[in-house]
Every structure is written in structure tokens, then in C-alpha cells.
Write a protein that binds this ligand. Sequence first.
Ligand code: G6P
Length: 610
Amino acid sequence: MCGIVGYVGTRTALPMLIDGLKRLEYRGYDSSGIAVLRGGELKVQKKVGKVSELERTAPPDRYDGAVGIGHTRWATHGEPSDVNAHPHVSHDGTVALIHNGIIENYRSIRAKLEKLGYVFVSATDTEALVHLVQEMKKVTGDLETAVRLALRQVDGTYGVAVVSSQEPDRIIVARKGSPLIIGVGEGEHFAASDAAAIVPYTRHVVYLEDGEMAVLTKDRFETKTIDNVDIVKQVHQVTFDIGEIEKGGYDHFMLKEIMEQPETLRNAMRGRVLAAEGTAKLSGLRDVMLLLESAQRMIITACGTSWHAGLVGEYMLEQYAKVPVEVEYASEFRYRNPIVRPTDLLFLISQSGETADTLAALREAKTKGASVLGICNVVGSTIARESQGGVYIHAGPEIGVASTKAFTSQLVVLSLITLLVSRQRGTMTAEQGRIVSEEMLALPEKAEAILRNADAVRAIAQEFKDTSNFLYLGRGYNFPVALEGALKLKEISYIHAEGYPAAEMKHGPIALIDENMPVVVIATKDSTYDKVISNIQEVKARKGRVIAIANETDHLKDLADHIILVPQTADMLSPILNVIPLQLLAYHIAVLRGCNVDQPRNLAKSVTVE
Ligand code: G6P
């Protein structure tokens, strides 16, 4: 949510800032801006709309300095507009600042500064901070101390980058609650909210922690706490490949990410399935094995699609590990004073590893003495670093705002955890473990088979692209898949869609069914199959139009209007396959409706505000 990029070195900053912003655009895309220092002068350009708009209006000859910062925004305070876009500039025109997060006490800061004669031009919380930095400069003279003093007066969250025409050789960055990394190059340094922005230029990165700041010049970077204590930080290597953050011939990142799933499923399992022994090996959980065996309760918290993965995890763990599991939205968990005991184990699922509510839930549980484990995609992300152990899903960068490959990889990891914990606890036999392992290893090929049939899904999308409502039904393991299918559709096509447990339909949603209502039913052969067939009968009796996801046509051919066939697998693994046609259906409907699939309106990939 909001992207930050900064450069200090000897090259012209602008192309790298624009390139970095384009790579960060998935974090926020309602407006963007840059500030470049050129011959001791601060040059600022901001534009509502896409980064390409900014690029068009920022000619390289006018913005050709070797120090600069750039920002892509997801509006919180103040509508998307040129004036509300970042950077914000201090009253005296000497300081420019970009910010990710929310300054909660900006009103009181603003009121004080207005009394001192500062004139505010935007509706943002951020502008209060930049004027405050100017005010603090009067006290201290230097930019670094001014930023430090200003940040000490701030409540809320921030990742910030600040430059000043009076100290044109440096960028000051700081973090509390919003990610910020430093890129270390030769004779140059970078700042970014996400490694994707700078990976073409350097793979050496330093992760700032909350309460830390840094001064970047071309030759060095100094890291300190906000309280001015020097700290030595480790330099990490970013391993992902540049090709992974490009479209690779596909029209959209989302389609690329859907099509990548056979490979990402393999990557999530690689070296982790011990098929002969019927169990899994997860090195990130080695130190917490005792806890996994003894935990009296497991809690899974997450947001969005990751929360849906958590629901499937609950079904798996309760069925096989025989341990009580609760799944909760992170945003609810953190504020409702939950009962958390030291004998509880908390799993945080987060693709980005930066979602503010999930991170806050982690901290809340830690304070209450529970052990916390992360299931993340982004290596080195805050949730991954603050967890006591965990498992990376290794799906590679996910750029499309609607999560696809991360979801199926999260499910693979939850299956691996289920295998490991159940075998360790003795609640799953070796034979059962072997069957699940074999089925897991067969998933990539089965996913390939589904993707080969993608054109059939496109034909169905064509028929339903103009409908205004959709209902998704599933039972058992596939109830969360119904939720996820509906979420995908509403996120990117703006069609109203609801997911329901199929049997709940008769308690309300059935009232909506008529000949105009498409009902997607997950009707694969599992223990609830016969019941789902009855639910389909109920829909048909009211003339609903049924799209069934099924393993075979037998009972369905006279009932469903459309059948999308998927290969059969173990019940607990079926969501991994069944969700793929639903991703494709949402994708094709959105494309046919002319929607911006990768950057749907109002959404952001990484939600780092509450
Ligand atoms: C945003 C994204 C969703 C994602 C959710 C949780 O809303 O648009 O796709 O599922 O955040 O994100 P996380 O990174 O924590 O999985």
C-alpha cells in the first residue's frame, strides 16, 4: 500500500525512480510523484493516475539529478489528486517527503503548525509531517536530527523518505509499521518499500525494523534507531529473478500467475514431501516441533484470500491432527481482547508478510505469550522476521492484486503442516500419510490439465459477463473455495458475488435465485457430494443457472447448465485444484468487461494500513 523508492548515487535518478514506481504500482496506483535534487534545487512533479502519467509529465532533462525519491499512492487521507499526491514539500520549499502509513495525530500537529503560520495545501496527513520537519530544522539545523525529532512526535505508522535542497547529498529514511529496505550498490544506495523496485540495480538489501532510520549517501549508509543509537545491520541477498516480476508474454500478471501454478505448486513442495514415510519435512518448524505436538489449540489469523486459505487449514488440521483450530480475521483478533494462552500456537498467513492487521495480530499474540509461526511468500518480510518460525510458500513475486498462485501455495504449505503435525501427533497413520503425499505430488500435473482447458472457461465467461450477481456454493473443504471464487470475481470484475456453504443457501440466499442468477457450485466427488447434488436440485427447481465444478458428468449432465471438469484428488487437497477454474472464470469475465485486471479500482496488493 503506497510504494516508496529512492536513489542516491552518480547516475541520473529519474529513470530508476520511474522504473521502480512501475514495479511498485501494484501497491497503490491512484497517483504518483517524484522529487529530484538538481544543482541544489528541489524539483517536484506529482500526477493523479498511473505512473505512466507522471512519466509523461516529467521530462528527463528537467529532472536530471542524481538524488531523488518517488512515491505511488493508495489514498487514505484526501482523494487521489495532483495536490494530495506525494512528495509533499515543506512551507519553505526546502524539504520533500514521501510517506507510507498513517499519521494518526496529524490534526493536532497541523493545528499547532497552522498557529505558527504554516499554510497547508493538501488534505493529507503526510503534509503535517513535512512541515514539522521544517520546524524541527529550525531547532537543529540538520535534516537527520529534524526528521528524528519530528518522528518522535508522531503517532501512527510510517515508512518515510526525506530529501532537502540544503543537504543535497542524502536521503533520510525511517520506518515504523510500514516496510522499508535499503539497497546497497557500488557508489550508490537505494531505498524502497519492496525489493521489486530495486532488484534490477542491486540484490544486496538491508531490512529496517520498526523504530529504525538510516542516512543514505552515495558512498555509505548509516543505520540508527529513532532514539539515535547506532546499529549495525546485516546485508541480505534478494534471490528472486527479474523475469519473475515481468509479464513474460501474458496480457496480465494475473493470468501469468494463474498459469504458473503447476510450477509454484512444485516449488511449494520441493524437498518437503517425504512420500515413502508419509510425512513432510519443514525446516522452518524444526525448532517448534515440541510445540506443534503439544499445542492445545491452534489459531490461524489472516486477511482476504489468505484468510480463506486459513479456513481450509482449519478443516485439514482438525480432521487429521485432531487439534482444535480457530480461524479469525486478523483485524478482529487484534481488537477483541482474544483469549490467548501460552499453550496456543498462532499461524499468521500472509502473502506479502506486511499486512498491518496480520502483523498487529502477531504482536498481540506474542505479548500474550503464544508462539507465532508465519506462512509467508515474501522472503524477509516483517511477519516472516517477527515470527518464531514458519514456512515460506515460495510462490515467487505475486504482482496481480487479486491473489491466485499464493493461495494455492498457501494451501500446499498447510497440507504439509497437516501431514507433519498429524504424523508427529500420531493421529494420522503412515499409510494415510503416504496416500496424501502421493496425491500432493500429483497436484502439479492435475493443475496443468485444468489449465489446458482454460478456453472452455473463457466460453462460459462470455455467456455470463453481463450479469450483475453471482452466487458461489461449496461444502466442507470447498466452502472456503466458494468464498474465494466469489472474492476473485468481485475484486476484479466489480460484479456482486457471494460465497456460501451450500446448505446455508436455503436460509436466505435461495430467495435471490431466479433464471437470471448464475450459481457456481463446487461439486467434486468428496464426502459431501450427494448433498451438494441435492443443493443443485434446489437451485434448478428455481430456474437458477448452474455452473458446476466437477470430477465427472454423471449426475450432473441433466442438472448443470455448464460443467467444468477437474481431476479428482484427496478431499483435503481438492481446494487446490477446484479454485483454479474459478480464478480463470473471474479473470476472463473481468477482461471481457474491460476491467483493469491487475490493478482493480480501490484495492491494493499490500495493505499496510489498518
Ligand atoms: C489485500 C490483497 C488481497 C490479500 C489481502 C491479504 O487485500 O488485495 O489479495 O489477500 O490483502 O494480504 P496478505 O499479503 O496478508 O496475504
